[in-house]
Ligand binder design. Structure first.
Ligand code: ATP
Length: 374
């Protein structure tokens, strides 16, 4: 069993004039055997959270518990936690075998033959059994990371902590290692907290993802929940590629009125926004269709600004025909919106297009607080 709980955890760093709140009142329950991904932009507090769990950083306020025992004051070595870093942190003068066995030799009185057995088994799991007698300098980056992961596995810990372990690898190797890591984590059933700033990695790897911004936890949810039911505008914009489009609107007589468009709402949707009068309309690029003719009041005349081919299709940047942007010839990318369109439809910059934005695909946020309204 390894259930990890963060209860109102805060980390403040003293910084000359004032304090930096790196982690702000974060609470989360991580289940036994769960793979949870901590994701968010640079500087949001991911590494600090992980380092507090590992015991490499003190906790300013709050409690971290492992199986109902507070571990705030436990030394890192006494936490039964293994951490894997982005920089592999291997000892250059030791062989792979020595790198993997060193921790157990130093901190336990485990017999040599059992240590050997564990090293061989972890090396087999990571596919590095032929490299055991080499030194890190004789290995590729991918192989070194396998050694670092193997070294964590050898310890057979209650919890794995991983801080961007794949970010030094090239794209192809990274996606291969993602699947491999997931398989190994599932086989071993070890509770894992994995930090990344890469939302694709978070979406594909985590049983659940915890999204942080500015030290605050925004949402803990399965990847699909975070994608379909983001708790707020930050999560909505962070998850998904290209990012969700946002339009500032005011609510007038059951319609969202924005720059160059009016979007009528069904009664049910009107109820969900209550008396909020400034609403941010969110639409994912993949939920916008390009059609031939305007058939409903959720179809909009637009002008194509830029077409960006992305292999399987195109990202098409559009501006509402009646918006200020469209009338200015130098349409500015930041003021257009993007639709992801399958490969078959031909669209060209400068041409008119009809964008269909189905009501069941829209997201609505309180413009003031950013909270999701439905
Ligand atoms: P990245 O993805 O860039 O690694 P992160 O989400 O892991 O970022 P942290 O490294 O946890 O972010 O940093 C969170 C905040 O705390 C940042 O504002 C950072 O500057 C600050 N911080 C981190 N460590 C210290 C420290 N030792 N002293 C002062 N401030 C710190």
């Amino acid at each position: 069993m390894a259930e990890l709980t963060l209860d109102h955890v805060t980390k403040r760093f003293a910084d000359g004039g004032g304090d930096i709140v790196a982690v702000d009142d974060v609470s989360a329950d991580i289940d036994d055997g769960e793979f949870i991904v901590l994701v968010g932009p640079s500087g949001c507090g991911k590494s600090t959270t992980l380092r507090m769990i590992a015991g490499l950083e003190s906790v300013t306020e709050g409690t971290i518990t492992l199986d109902d025992q507070a571990i705030n004051d436990r030394q890192p070595a006494d936490r039964d936690i293994a951490m894997v870093f982005q920089s592999y942190a291997l000892y250059p003068h030791m062989t792979v075998r020595e790198n993997m066995s060193f921790g157990l030799e130093e901190s336990t009185d485990m017999p040599d033959d059992e240590i050997d057995e564990r090293v061989e088994s972890a090396a087999g799991m990571m596919g590095i059994d032929r490299l055991l007698d080499r030194k890190p300098g004789e290995l590729s980056g991918g192989q070194q990371q396998r050694v670092a992961l193997g070294r964590a596995i050898v310890r057979d810990p209650a919890v794995f902590l991983m801080d961007e372990p794949l970010s030094n690898l090239d794209a192809k190797l990274r996606s291969q290692m993602r699947t491999e890591l997931q398989r190994i984590q599932e086989d071993l059933g070890v509770t894992t907290v994995y930090v990344t700033h890469d939302q694709t990695e978070a979406m594909t790897m985590g049983d659940r993802i915890a999204i942080l911004d500015d030290g605050r936890l925004q949402q803990v949810a399965t990847p699909l929940e975070a994608y379909h039911e983001p708790a707020n505008q930050f999560v909505a914009g962070f998850i998904g590629e290209p990012s969700m489009n946002f339009f500032e609107t005011t609510v007038e007589n059951g319609r969202l009125v924005g720059d160059g468009f009016e979007y009528p709402l069904s009664e049910e949707t009107q109820e969900s926004i209550g008396s909020t009068d400034r609403v941010t309309l969110g639409v994912r690029p993949e939920d916008i269709e390009l059609v031939d003719t305007v058939e409903s009041d959720h179809d909009f005349r637009t002008v194509v600004d830029v077409v960006e081919p992305v292999g399987s299709g195109n990202n098409v940047y559009l501006a509402f025909e009646d918006s200020e942007e469209a009338s200015e010839l130098d349409m500015d990318e930041s003021r257009t919106f993007v639709a992801t369109i399958g490969g078959l439809r031909r669209v060209e910059a400068g041409q008119p297009a009809v964008a269909r934005i189905p009501e069941d695909a829209i997201h609505l946020f309180d413009a003031e607080t950013g909270d999701a309204l439905r």
